[in-house]
Design a protein around this ligand. Sequence first.
Ligand SMILES: NC(=O)c1ccc[n+]([C@@H]2O[C@H](COP(=O)([O-])OP(=O)(O)OC[C@H]3O[C@@H](n4cnc5c(N)ncnc54)[C@H](OP(=O)(O)O)[C@@H]3O)[C@@H](O)[C@H]2O)c1
Length: 223
Amino acid sequence: MDVETPYIVLSAAMTIDGKIASKSGDPELSDEDDWKEVHKLRTEVDAIMVGKGTIIKDNPKLHIKYYNHNGYYRIILDSNLAISIDSEVINYMPEIYPTIICTTENVPNERVKEFKTKKNITIIKSGHGERVNLLKLMPILWENGIKKILLEGGGILNWSFIVNDLIDEIRLTIAPWIVGGEDAKSLVEGDGFERMIQAKRFELIDIKNRNDYAILKYIRKNL
Ligand SMILES: NC(=O)c1ccc[n+]([C@@H]2O[C@H](COP(=O)([O-])OP(=O)(O)OC[C@H]3O[C@@H](n4cnc5c(N)ncnc54)[C@H](OP(=O)(O)O)[C@@H]3O)[C@@H](O)[C@H]2O)c1
């Protein structure tokens, strides 16, 4: 029997040239209307997931401002439990947005204990490798009632989801700007594939525009 795994929606805003932040890490790409759409998407999932890089660079709350809702989990991927215990994602309204940190078996017990006892954070260990093993993690999240996840990046984590073939849907906002910079983060980072034939394929199922922004919706293309 196949194991069940959560439905993954990758959500991001990028420039025309595919950057999700400027070279100095400025992430301000979305206009007010786009934030409303992202917050709407957040009302439709069981969890939002981001990588450690996004927590360290942006210190986001990952909350909802524009809609009534029942809350959701905030899931952070952090292989060595390196994020600050004072991060917003740990401290901002945990009763509505409980935080789960997914890490590896390599993490020191002392660190796990600190997050559990001081902040009541749920820690899930997945794999003994350098990074969190996503293929092991997904069925664990499903078993914990997390059936739909909004993956909000950044680029390094997005690549791991792509290479493991875990993305079911993409909601992409393209801001009508070009920022350039080889050090500016792209929608998907990582090693990349050698050949276009290896690229993961998606089917465009919706396209909208507003204020020169394009809003695209793709789903997994089953070949
Ligand atoms: N425009 C947008 O929509 C948007 C959305 C989100 C983020 N951003 C931007 O993206 C930037 C951050 O992106 P980033 O690429 O530097 O970092 P990231 O993708 O947020 O986090 C990557 C880190 O997550 C940890 N991780 C743990 N397990 C992993 C796994 N299996 N695969 C991949 N990573 C794993 C790794 O650190 P350890 O191994 O040390 O744990 C890795 O370095 C920020 O500038 C932010 O503003 C933009």
